[in-house]
Ligand binder design. Sequence first.
Ligand SMILES: NC(=O)c1ccc[n+]([C@@H]2O[C@H](COP(=O)([O-])OP(=O)(O)OC[C@H]3O[C@@H](n4cnc5c(N)ncnc54)[C@H](OP(=O)(O)O)[C@@H]3O)[C@@H](O)[C@H]2O)c1
Length: 260
Amino acid sequence: MTTTIALITGANKGIGLETARQLGARGVAVLVGARDEERGLKAEKTLRAEGADARFIPLDVTDPESVQQAAERVDKEFGRLDILVNNAAISRGGPLSAATVRGGSPSETDLDAMRAIYETNVFGVIAVTNAMLPLLRRSPAARIVNVSSEVGSVTSMTDPASPLSRFPAGLAYPSSKTALNMITALYARELRDTSIKVNAANPGYTATDLNGHTGFRSVSEAAEVSVHLATLPADRPTGILWGHLWTAAGPQDAYGTLPW
Ligand SMILES: NC(=O)c1ccc[n+]([C@@H]2O[C@H](COP(=O)([O-])OP(=O)(O)OC[C@H]3O[C@@H](n4cnc5c(N)ncnc54)[C@H](OP(=O)(O)O)[C@@H]3O)[C@@H](O)[C@H]2O)c1
């Protein structure tokens, strides 16, 4: 049986590490993308100790040379890629503070911070996807998962009945995920006549470094969303935003397609 090869960006911690763990437990060979060698090797060691076929791959999604080198290495070692999880993201362009976690308000937007967020969350995804696409096209049924967020859903963020309409949010991070949603839809459209599926994942509000551990979901629950989309059978959709549904009733475990 051929081994499935998955690359997860930002896999040294948080939801990305857990996604690598869960895919590794299914027998998938996981390439642990990380921009820092020490952190990447630590994650590789942890996953290998748990029995996964995990390999650290240096990958800073904002560095074109690093992206190119990662693609060349995947090509050289495997000749194809079956799963790409565009997971790496940042939520603030500067140091962590309560205000930056909460995001300030649109009128307080720091443009430098916003540019830094877009470099990673938007341009980084496009760079990695385009570099890996020739390898994904060589897979019999490749899956691209763009880890997005419900805060990128214009409908949810502006629906008074949604808890998200009261969720404190600045401009940079939510709008970067709105851009990612459109990016997902348009890659899915371009690739609709191929066996490649491109979907956006909503992990739900999860306790990680990204939000100072204020989320109410576990990384294990969050990673299940990415794994679900990364292992979709052929008869399932492409070009949707799918994952945790946060309703007014509270943080129960409901899953489904979210509105754009
Ligand atoms: N947590 C939530 O509530 C939540 C909700 C919805 C969506 N998400 C999404 O879930 C994904 C994972 O987030 P998380 O909560 O697990 O955050 P996290 O714990 O902060 O992990 C983010 C990961 O991205 C990596 N990263 C950042 N910039 C990078 C770059 N330029 N190149 C490569 N890797 C980079 C980080 O590496 P370093 O360790 O080197 O910084 C880290 O491994 C993100 O796309 C996030 O937007 C999270």
